[in-house]
Design a protein around this ligand. Sequence first.
Ligand SMILES: [Cu+2]
Length: 455
Amino acid sequence: MKPIRALVALFAVACFAGGPTVAVADHLSSDDVTYKPDITFTLRTDISDGKLVFTGEKGSIAGQDNPDLVVPEDAVVQINLVNGDGATHDIAVPEFNVESDDINKKGSATAIVFRASKSGEFEYLCTLPGHKAAGMFGKLIVGEPSEKAASDALEVAKNPTEVGEPVGDRGPESLTIDLETTEVEGRLDDGSTYKYWTFNDTVPGPMIRARVGDDITVNLSNHEDSSHIHSVDFHAVTGPGGGAAVTQVAPGQTKSFSFNAKHPGLYVYHCATPMVAQHITNGMYGMILIEPEGGLSEVDREFYVMQGELYTNEPHGASGLQEFSLDKLLAENPEHMMFNGSMNALTGTHSMEANVGETVRIYFGVGGPNLISSFHVIGEVFDKVYDNASFTSPALTDVQTTTVAPGGATVVEFQVDYPGEYILVDHALSRMEKGLAGVLTVKGDKDDSIFKVLD
Ligand SMILES: [Cu+2]
C-alpha cells in the first residue's frame, strides 16, 4: 500500500486543475486508508447576507450555507475547499487535529483528509482570526447524533426573569430560605452535558430577595444522592464564614443558621467547601438582594444574570459528557464561559425582552470563580450603575462598561430607546468565543432622532 500523502495528493490533483495542497491528519498512517476517501465533500468560501460562510458545492449539500456534514464513524473523510471570494481562508476540524493550508486567490483550492475515529458532533471552521465569528463554521456529525442524550439532560440554565418579589415599603420581617444542594447531569450545549453541582437545580441558584433589617433563617439541605459535602457562604452575612462555618452538610443532612441583614446591597452566595473553586465552577453560586428601606425604585423590567466559567478536559464545542479538568481550573483557563449556567442560556434557552421606552434593571454578578468581568451591553449606555452593588453610595451615571469582581456584583439601569437586539457581553471579547453572550430583545417603533440609517 502506498503512503497516504501521495495517494491523497494524487486524488486531489485529479479533482482540481490548480493542484491544491492537502493537509492530512497526523494520526493517519499508511495502514489507515485504501485508495481514496470513503466520503468527500466540497465547500466553497462565500459571502451570504453579509456573513462569511462555507457553501456546499455539489451533492446533497449543494447551495447550503455551513451544511451539516454527516459521516459514518470510522470513515476516511476528505473536505475540499475552493476559494470563492478572493479573501484568505482555510478549513480545520480541531477535534481530529487537521487544518488545511491558507488559500488566498479566487479559484484556488485545498483539502483536508482525516479518519472520523469517534462519534459525536464536532466543529469545522476557518481558523483565520475573526472568520469563525463572522460565520465560517459548521457541524461535522459522526455516527449517531448525540443530541438525544443531551436533550434528556436537566436544563440547569437559570431563567433571568426569576427575580423574586420587590419588598416595597414593608418593614423588617422574619424570612426562611430553603436551599438544597444537588449534583446533576445538566445540558451544557446542544450535544453536550456536564455534571453540575447546584443550589436548587439551577445555575445560578435562586435569586433571594429580602429587606435590610430582616431576620433570615437559612436551611441548607444536601440531597441524599450527592457524593460531596456542600455548604453556603452568603456575602450578606456578618458571621463565621458567612454561614459556611456552620453549614458543612453531608448528603441527606440539613443544617441551619439565622442572620440579620444589616447591609443593603446585592450579594453573591456560594458553596465554600474545599476545594472551594471547584464547587463554585461546577455551578454553586447565586445572589441575594437586600433592598434598602422603602425598596428600590420601580422599573419596568428586571433581570438576574450571573457569569461563570467551566473547566473541561475536552475543548469548547466537544460533544458528550464533559469532564472537569483540575489542571485548567488551577491555570484559570476555562474552556467555557457563560451567563446563567449553559452555553446558550440567554441566547436561546431563555429570552430577555423589553419594549421601547421601558426601563431595564440588571442584577449582575460574577460566580466565576476566577475571572473579572467587564460587563457591557452592546448598543446601550447604562444610565445608572450602582457600582459594586452599593445602594448607599450615589449611583454612577452614563457608563459604558463596568468591572465586576469574582464574588462581586453590580446593578445597572437603562431606558431602552430603540428596537433591536442588544448583546450582553464581557468586553474581554475573546470570552464570547467560549460562549459568553446574552441577548436583550427590544421591540417597538424606530425613532430617527435617536438612530438613523443613511443611504
Ligand atoms: Cu459544594
